[in-house]
Design a protein around this ligand. Structure first.
Ligand SMILES: [Zn+2]
Length: 154
């Protein structure tokens, strides 16, 4: 519900420790809740720096065909690494990504996953080169029955 004029909405405020991780994942609303649960419950991240955009880490691979897009992405990453000094970067791709579908028309699901995993590797390698002290983790989330399953990408 929209706020009435001059009305306010209050949340609880709790000071949080500095985030140890920078997370980059897709902004897809179908996966938001699952990403948050995985990050909080499984990885134990109470708070984290976040870049959530369509396609997630894919925007960092676009240096050749969308150079301005990619430049902005790397600028955001550098800013967050400088300001928050995370020790880990967590990259998450997911099944059925609408951004990937828009980029790679007519690809089958298995092929799409290969493309997403390839991009996760590309971005992780570039991150390692630019910020060698960061630990990198790559995950792929997929829908399975009544669950979303997260797998480590090797
Ligand atoms: Zn997506």
């Amino acid at each position: 519900m929209a706020l009435a004029e001059h009305a306010v909405y209050r949340t609880e405020f709790e000071p949080r420790p500095s985030p140890e991780a920078l997370v980059i994942h897709c902004s897809d609303p179908r996966y938001q809740f699952h990403f948050q649960e995985f990050l909080r419950q499984h990885l134990g991240l109470d708070t984290y720096e976040l870049i959530a955009v369509p396609g997630g880490p894919q925007f960092l691979t676009a240096m050749e065909f969308l150079p301005k897009f990619s430049w902005v992405g790397w600028r955001w990453v550098k800013f967050l690494v400088d300001v928050a000094k995370p020790t880990r970067v967590i990259l998450i791709g997911h099944e059925g990504c609408r951004w990937y579908k828009s980029l790679h028309l007519l690809r089958r699901q298995a092929e799409m996953r290969r493309l997403e995993e390839r991009d996760l590797h590309t971005v992780a390698a570039e991150l390692k080169e630019r910020f060698s002290a960061l630990a990198l983790e790559k995950y792929f989330a997929r829908h399975e029955g009544e669950h979303v399953v997260f797998e480590l990408v090797r």
